[in-house]
Design a protein around this ligand. Structure first.
Ligand code: HEM
Ligand code: MG
Length: 335
């Protein structure tokens, strides 16, 4: 199935969510859900197919509509997901794990490629906020103990609100403390911790997503109750409006960079004895891009022809659009 860029949204202002025709319905047996609270929420409201299996076009349309994520950012992230964990031949990606609805690629070139976004590695990685590291726990489902740590930090460092009460509003300081604590805890507990440059920046990007996309678009405020609705219930809270301007990579990158530089963490990985070994590479502006689009996309995807090749090229280009100053990445990952 040939992937075609969906139309760019013409309207990028606030709108109340969910819209009529998008009620919350909990997932049914067999429906796929995974480590992304944003995609899970969209599937629970029918912005994505409720079975959790979606095409490139469906995911881009859903995240731009439902959270006002910038079109290019949405396209690049979705393209990476499709290349890393989807089936770009039939244009389907599971937001959870393996499903018979997504067969392997033709010619069996994919090995484990079609497992879904919840599969560990390539996209899903360590030091998540509300999911445990793969080697030591549940890396897919919401973990209430981790979320409780986040709420504790809001109570210590959050902003006050006359509506929701003292220290009830999540701010950047809370994320600085939480992301650093998550690293310290994972580093100590997970002998197999892997935290290379792509994962570091993606994981800080996810903290920035929380501040930017889960905040109410009317006042820009992210209350603990709203955050709980998205993370725990995977549901739009009552009275929610999406953000008032599209959230693009510049904005996310700026917030992610600020959170990281407040309490810096070097990219690296644990040795078998549990010592953290920082990476020795010289990181430049393109390092995130190459770690994702080159290292974490299987090289076998290049040995293709026809529709699959057209789709792979389209998806690689959708990522490159976000990093147009860097020479294009060439996939070199293992199958
Ligand atoms: C985490 C995929 C859009 C919010 C993740 C993860 C994946 C993923 C694979 C797991 C990474 C990990 O923590 O190990 C995607 C894809 C998207 C997308 C392919 C398509 C555009 C969004 C949107 C939002 C969002 C629109 C917010 C509205 C988050 C957050 C996390 C996350 C907050 C971190 C969860 C945690 O650490 O506990 N996403 N996502 N994502 N995503 Fe998404
Ligand atoms: Mg993770």
């Amino acid at each position: 199935v040939r992937i075609v860029a969906p139309p760019r949204p013409t309207d990028t202002g606030v709108i109340p969510l969910p819209e009529p025709g998008h009620p919350f319905i909990p997932p049914r047996r067999g429906d796929q859900r995974g480590p992304c609270p944003g995609l899970n929420t969209l599937a629970n409201h029918g912005y994505l197919p409720r079975n959790g299996i979606a095409s490139f076009e469906q995911i881009v349309s859903a995240v731009t509509r439902g959270f006002n994520m910038d079109y290019d950012l949405a396209s690049g992230l979705t393209a990476f997901g499709m290349l890393a964990r989807g089936n770009p031949y039939i244009n389907k990606l599971s937001i959870g794990l393996d499903t018979p609805l997504i067969p392997p690629l033709p010619g069996k070139i994919d090995g484990p490629i079609t497992r879904g976004l919840a599969a560990h590695g390539r996209f899903e990685g360590d030091v998540s906020m509300t999911r445990q590291d793969f080697a030591i726990g549940d890396n897919i489902h919401f973990q209430r103990e981790l979320f409780a740590q986040l709420l504790d930090l809001v109570a210590q460092y959050g902003d006050n609100s006359t509506v929701t009460g003292p220290r009830s509003v999540v701010n950047r300081r809370v994320m600085e403390e939480f992301k650093f604590k998550r690293f310290v805890d994972s580093q100590a507990a997970d002998k197999k911790l892997e935290y290379h440059i792509g994962r570091v920046l993606l994981s800080y990007g996810e903290a920035a997503f929380t501040l930017n996309f889960f905040a109410n678009g009317t006042d820009g405020i992210l209350s603990t109750s709203t955050m709980t609705s998205f993370f725990r219930d995977q549901r739009f809270p009552k009275g929610f409006y999406r953000r008032s301007a599209a959230g693009n990579l510049d904005k996310i990158g700026e917030d992610a960079g600020a959170i990281l530089s407040a309490k810096p963490v070097p990219p690296g990985a644990n040795a078998p004895n549990g010592t953290y070994i920082p990476d020795t590479d010289n990181f430049d502006g393109c390092s995130l891009y190459y770690n994702l689009a080159a290292d974490n996309v299987p090289a076998v995807l290049l040995n293709t022809t026809g529709v699959l090749k057209q789709n792979v090229d389209f998806l690689l280009n959708s990522i490159h659009v976000l990093f147009s100053d860097c020479p294009p990445a060439v996939p070199r990952g293992a199958a």
